[in-house]
Design a protein. Structure first.
Lengths: 113, 111
């Protein structure tokens, strides 16, 4: 059974700081790994998708990496802004494109001015 | 805007009442899903439809039924609502190269 763990559970940083969110998974037989952002009371917004054959993906100030052999993914946020404050979730998709998506519990990020 | 649309956004039901949550996507995705999100439990899969004409149970299917009406629409039905079904429900869709796209959610309270 796939288990996804996110560390830290909460993070508070000053504006402008670079930061890394960590995600680990127990079963390396994943189809892809996806990072989401969720604002309070809102739905999930997809940030980055990394296919199992890829090592990293970048979008603006965000960079996500994937190391299947070690069962780890990281989300790097450069030059953080107060608007980045949200819960960040990673999720691994097992086996197929429609396979079970296993979510971590999330990291609550607060960026203060 | 393209995406996943869920209706209603909010609903209050009495125990024993029934209702259907509607979901539609306009991205021509083959696969669709229903999740529930509860504090401390994260997101859990209720049912999914890998392609039009197929549906399968997820982690927590008891008390729910689904219908994949066509490629665009995937509905979730609560036949006899219970307080334990108070939750936020999310619909999602995907293709192999896209990952999951989620709707904005339905907040359901059963009293």
């Amino acid at each position: 059974k796939q288990e996804v763990t996110q560390i830290p559970a909460a993070l508070s940083v000053p504006e402008g700081e670079n930061l890394v969110l960590n995600c680990s998974f127990t079963d390396s037989a994943i189809y892809n790994l996806q990072w989401f952002r969720q604002d309070p009371g809102k739905g999930l917004t997809s940030l980055l998708l990394i296919q199992s054959s890829q090592r990293e993906q970048t979008s603006g100030r965000l960079n996500a990496s994937l190391d299947k052999s070690s069962g780890r993914s990281t989300l790097y946020i450069a030059a953080s802004q107060p608007g980045d404050s949200a819960t960040y979730l990673c999720a691994s998709s097992g086996g197929t494109s429609y396979g079970k998506l296993t979510f971590g519990q999330g990291t609550i990020l607060t960026v203060h001015p | 805007n393209a995406g996943v649309t869920q209706t209603p956004k909010f609903q209050v039901l009495k125990t024993g009442q029934s209702m259907t949550l509607q979901c539609a996507q306009d991205m021509n995705h083959n696969s669709m899903y229903w999740y529930r999100q509860d504090p401390g439990m994260g997101l859990r899969l209720i049912y999914y439809s890998a392609s039009e004409g197929t549906t399968d149970k997820g982690e927590v299917p008891n008390g729910y039924n689904v219908s994949r009406l066509n490629k665009r629409e995937f509905s979730l039905r609560l036949e006899s609502a219970a307080p334990s079904q108070t939750s936020v429900y999310f619909c999602a869709s995907s293709e192999s190269w896209t990952g999951r796209t989620f709707g904005s959610g339905t907040r359901l309270t059963v009293v």
